[in-house]
Design a protein around this ligand. Structure first.
Ligand code: AMP
Length: 287
């Protein structure tokens, strides 16, 4: 596995593969790898001949007072894990390379970025502006056939899908299911912030979502009732939002009315801000 630091080096590293007509898969990450990241890399390896993993803690997607400085960084461990997972190229640029002096160009997706995490009361649309800008740069640099993202960040995935479509970016977007710990906790680099007691509390997120799923499975179609079922579990946490929205366009969803519904939650647990979600199928998953 090659480790490269600049766009020119990435292009050179994938150039030979492209010249041979081999397919290229990209897995964008911020590092501190866990099984969620490794599953994306494995999926990229199954679907593509050459796998590029980017590792960049993107400063522009962190708001003032967020955890940019404390975000877990473990380069040597990540390098070994990416290599083991079959990555061919690890692209780990410096912030000054991605954002050189005078940088003033941004990519914005409107609408989808105003709600949930994009609500000004939460992370705000600037968070997604940072994500869409850096992912556009990565897609331009690597020019992959496919890019791989996790359902764990459901809103991010919708925003990126829309961006790729709207800007005619010739990359297919693949979404992989959320990878969880055996007890249900969604894997996240930010789980490293949790004490044992916090971690126990954090289980309320997945328990709440599962309770809502179960209610839907039992025939409940009113999303307010599904939210209520989740709220019961989430009560001990400081919940930022818990909302049922159309899983395609993020418009509010009051019923399971023939379209899949995204039930998404963000909550503070100890020093961490955690997110999780489930997609509830139109019939609540009743067979
Ligand atoms: P991050 O490094 O947190 O920015 O995540 C990089 C990619 O991994 C994103 O596409 C995330 O959605 C994905 N990801 C993070 N956690 C998980 C998880 N538990 N399961 C599946 N994908 C994940």
């Amino acid at each position: 596995m090659k480790v490269v630091r600049t766009p020119e080096q990435v292009r050179e590293a994938v150039g030979a593969a492209r010249a041979e007509g081999l397919s290229i898969g990209l897995v964008p990450t911020m590092g501190a790898f866990h099984r969620g990241h490794l599953e994306l890399m494995a999926a990229a390896g199954r679907a593509c001949d050459t796998v590029v993993v980017s590792l960049f803690v993107n400063p522009t997607q962190f708001g003032a007072g967020e955890d940019l400085d404390g975000y877990p960084r473990a380069f040597e461990r990540d390098r070994a894990l990416a290599e083991e997972a079959g990555a061919d190229v690890l692209y780990a640029p410096e912030p000054g390379t991605v954002y050189p002096p005078g940088f003033c160009t941004w990519v914005e997706v409107h609408g989808l970025t105003d709600v949930l995490c994009g609500d000004p009361a939460h992370r705000g649309a600037e968070h997604f502006r940072g994500v869409t800008t850096v992912v556009t740069k990565l897609l331009n640099t690597v020019a992959p056939d496919r890019a791989f993202f996790g359902q764990k960040d459901a809103q991010q995935a919708l925003v990126l899908r829309r961006m790729v479509r709207d800007l005619d970016i010739p990359t297919a977007v693949d979404l992989l299911p959320t990878v969880r710990e055996p007890d249900g906790l969604a894997m996240s680099s930010r789980n490293a912030y949790l004490s044992d007691a916090d971690r126990d509390q954090a289980l309320a997120l997945s328990r709440g979502l599962r309770a809502a799923e179960q209610r839907a499975h039992n025939g409940e179609t009113d999303t307010a009732q599904l939210v209520r079922a989740a709220e019961t579990e989430l009560a001990p946490l400081e919940v930022e939002y818990l909302e049922a929205r159309d899983a395609e366009d993020l418009s509010p969803a009051s019923t399971l009315n023939g379209r899949p519904v995204l039930l998404a939650v963000a909550a503070r647990v100890g020093p961490a801000r955690l997110i999780d979600n489930v997609i509830i199928p139109p019939n609540g998953g009743v067979q």
